[in-house]
Design a protein around this ligand. Structure first.
Ligand code: NAD
Length: 297
């Protein structure tokens, strides 16, 4: 019998991803520090352990979906961390978005212990996590990716191998930097139209079939009640948090400094999402950045 999958981090993304593994017939033991997150996962048929140690004991695969680099490094590299607990031929799939250097650091330790590891950050948002249509953006050895493929296919639709350890994270940062800029300018454009008396819904419908078309006009429109399924139409809740986007833009800026790349729009976007956080919207979906452009009468 194949060994179980330990799933660590049952938040907005990890919860539905773990549920999809169960639906696809994988045996999953999960853990999250947050009791409400554990409860939601249980309601979706996921077995929840009381600790990381209980979830990972005897696991063949560990999947993590945590907020940032420090959480991932602590999970895997601390004295009683997961890499110290796993058997030599185990597989680690980290789906969190973290610094490429952190991913390389964890992968390096895994390699010395004979543990397979890939960085596999995702794109597709909470809707993609729920529908098992995520895109996995992978860094690490091809043979480790092949071991991971059945689990990835249970949670997503597209898998891209970008290169060695950390390359998945670099590619993910490139994607999110583009998304941040596009969301910012879409919010700005719709606000300009509304300031001139245009209907935001008709303006968005026009843009969605014109050259201003993007994920921000079609799927995650920042203006409330333009798209029923967008976070903007539910008070900017349960989406991709502003602070997570801000984190990703900080990582993109760090990566640019390290490689002497120039990212003027990415740096501007980092400041926009920092302003949005400083106005109290750090926990809301990042499309709430539109509020920066509303006219105060
Ligand atoms: P989230 O904050 O909803 O979930 C993170 C979960 O990790 C929380 O439930 C938290 O309690 C848990 N956690 C933290 N430390 C832990 C530990 N040591 N052990 C167990 N659980 C722990 O975040 P999310 O939206 O699910 O995002 C997770 C990652 O995915 C982030 O890196 C984010 O950048 C990335 N991501 C998010 C989205 C999105 O749309 N939300 C899209 C793509 C990528």
């Amino acid at each position: 019998m194949s060994k179980h999958i330990a799933f660590i981090g049952l938040g907005n993304m990890g919860g539905p991803m773990a549920a999809n593994l169960v639906k696809a017939g994988h045996q999953v033991k999960a853990f999250d520090l947050s009791q409400p997150a554990c409860q939601v996962a249980r309601e979706h048929g996921v077995e929840v352990a009381v600790s990381v140690a209980e979830a990972t004991e005897g696991a063949g695969t560990v999947i993590s979906m945590l907020p940032a680099s420090k959480h991932v490094e602590s999970l895997y590299l601390s004295e009683d961390g997961v890499l110290a607990l796993l058997a030599a031929d185990a597989l680690v799939i980290d789906c969190s978005t973290i610094a490429p250097a952190s991913a390389q650091k964890v992968a390096q330790v895994a390699r010395t212990k004979g543990i397979h590891m890939i960085d596999a950050p995702v794109s597709g948002g909470t809707a993609g996590a729920a529908a098992a249509t995520l895109t996995f953006i992978v860094g690490g050895p091809v043979e480790s990716l092949e071991l991971a493929r059945p689990a990835l296919q249970a949670m997503g639709k597209n898998i891209f191998h970008m290169g060695d350890a950390g390359a998945g994270q670099v590619a993910k940062l490139c994607n999110n930097m583009a998304l941040a800029v596009i969301m910012g300018v879409t919010a700005e454009a719709i606000s300009l139209g509304v300031a001139h008396g245009l209907d935001p819904k008709v303006l968005s419908q026009m843009m969605a079939v014109s050259t201003g078309r993007s994920w921000a006009t079609e799927i995650c429109n920042p203006w409330p009640d333009v798209l029923e399924s967008a976070p903007a139409s539910r008070g900017y809740s349960c989406g991709f948090g502003n602070d997570l986007m801000l984190k990703d833009l900080g990582l993109a800026v760090e990566a640019a400094i390290g490689s002497h790349a120039t990212i003027p729009l990415g740096e501007l976007a980092r400041n926009l999402y920092a302003m949005n956080r400083n106005q109290g919207r750090g926990g809301l979906d990042f499309s709430s950045v539109v509020k920066l452009f509303l006219k105060q009468d």
